[in-house]
Design a protein around this ligand. Structure first.
Ligand code: ADP
Ligand code: MN
Length: 385
């Protein structure tokens, strides 16, 4: 397996990588982020989730947090999958299953310092997308955790109080969107430039950095940028409407999750992703899933391609008449847009005690509330008159 730089990112630090199958995303991560992911993963492997119990029962209508974050495969240091004592067995299994790099491959990830940060190995959320628009929205008005230095606290308080972070609990952190000749990008001036994306060389992109969000101070401005984002395609109003209303539905479900999950996120983001490829969207008749299963689907497909001709995917049928799973059907089940929570460098799972009252993460929920308001306003202005 070879790793290469990945630049189809909406914001954040440099140094992210993907593998040659495009399924995995490697992010240099702080220990807190790795802890956060591995805690959730190990609960998941035991059939548990973080949802708090109500009236002595799990609330089965609520999506577990796991469905809102990228799938976590483990972590990697200098090309080696490190073996967490507890999870050694499962990680090794996962590593075999997806052939994560190991010592024999001799993969060295080039780093400046001799001791590098470990990489979190995550599902690449953009794997099945041909030409996605992506947007990163940072959540919370408090942007630092208790570990931050006084200097950092001061800097981030200032950043919050002078932007929509302070007033709305969210700030657009950046976006990459496909360039369409028919779209007018002037509202993004002077904060955008044309860019090329390493693995999408023949497609022109528009890249918007953090200065756009830093220049905004009202919900109206955020709303306008959201509209530009959602309508940045060539598929007409039907697709814009489907995108906006699906984002809104997902957001409402995610808020339910966070109201029932004992986590404290600091400086996490919402990542909005949507397909602009006409062929993919039309093939699916504009139909999208709310909660995607992209990682599993792409694993099946990858597996199918690997073994094509010999042992191709077959349904477990009895005896004769075994039916091949149609690869097209799998491809069509993959999402055309998604709303995910990412970036857990300062996130914590809160210990809950019996009988103690659970405190939901107000700081993060405030931002989600603002995003909900912006989406509701947009939908009603555009389509309900
Ligand atoms: P940072 O700590 O550098 O801010 P983030 O976790 O916010 O890192 O990620 C930075 C960017 O990388 C995001 O804006 C997003 O575009 C992209 N990204 C993050 N996670 C994934 C993923 N699992 N798959 C694909 N892209 C991702
Ligand atoms: Mn980030």
């Amino acid at each position: 397996m070879k790793l290469k730089p990945f630049d189809l990112v909406a914001a954040g630090h440099e140094g992210t990588l993907i593998d040659d199958s495009n399924m995995l995303f490697f992010k240099p991560s702080l220990p807190k982020e790795i802890n956060f992911y591995s805690h959730i993963q190990s609960m998941n492997q035991q059939g548990l989730n973080l949802l708090i119990k109500t009236k002595n029962e799990f609330n089965e209508d609520i999506e577990p947090l796991n469905n809102w974050i990228p799938k976590y495969l483990g972590y990697m240091e200098e090309g080696i999958i490190a073996k967490d004592e507890k999870q050694q067995k499962t990680l090794t299994m996962e590593a075999k299953k997806i052939e994560l790099p190991h010592l024999d491959d001799g993969i060295k990830v080039s780093t400046e310092k001799s001791v590098s940060k470990p990489y979190a190995v995550l599902e690449n959320l953009l794997n099945c997308y041909k030409s996605p628009n992506i947007m990163d929205i940072k959540l919370g008005s408090v942007l630092y955790d208790l570990d931050a230095s006084d200097d950092k606290k001061e800097r981030l308080s200032e950043l919050s109080s002078t932007t929509t972070s302070g007033s709305l609990g969210l700030r657009i952190c950046g976006m990459k969107i496909k360039k369409f000749e028919s779209v007018n990008y002037s509202q993004l001036l002077p904060f955008y430039h044309e860019s090329t994306i390493d693995n999408l060389k023949n497609i022109k992109y528009i890249s918007v950095g953090k200065q756009l969000g830093r220049s905004q101070s009202t919900l109206d401005q955020v709303k306008e940028t959201l509209y530009l984002f959602a309508s940045n395609h060539s598929l007409g109003d039907q697709w814009t409407y489907a995108i906006l209303s699906n984002f809104l539905k997902r957001l409402e479900l995610l808020m339910d999750t966070l109201k029932n999950t004992p986590v404290k996120l600091i400086s996490s983001s919402i990542l909005l992703v949507m397909e602009t490829d006409e062929e993919r969207v039309k093939k699916n008749s504009f139909e999208d899933v709310l909660i995607d299963d992209d990682y599993n689907l792409s694993s099946y497909i990858e597996n199918y391609i690997d073994t094509e001709g010999e042992n191709s995917l077959e349904e477990e049928g009895e005896g004769e008449g075994e039916e091949k799973i149609d690869i097209e059907t799998l491809v069509q089940q993959m999402s055309l847009s998604k709303l995910k929570l990412i970036d857990f460098g300062h996130a914590e799972i809160i210990k809950t005690y019996k009988h103690s009252k659970f405190q939901a993460d107000k700081n993060t929920l405030q931002g989600l509330n603002s995003l909900q308001k912006a989406l509701e306003l947009l939908i009603s202005e555009l389509y309900e008159q």
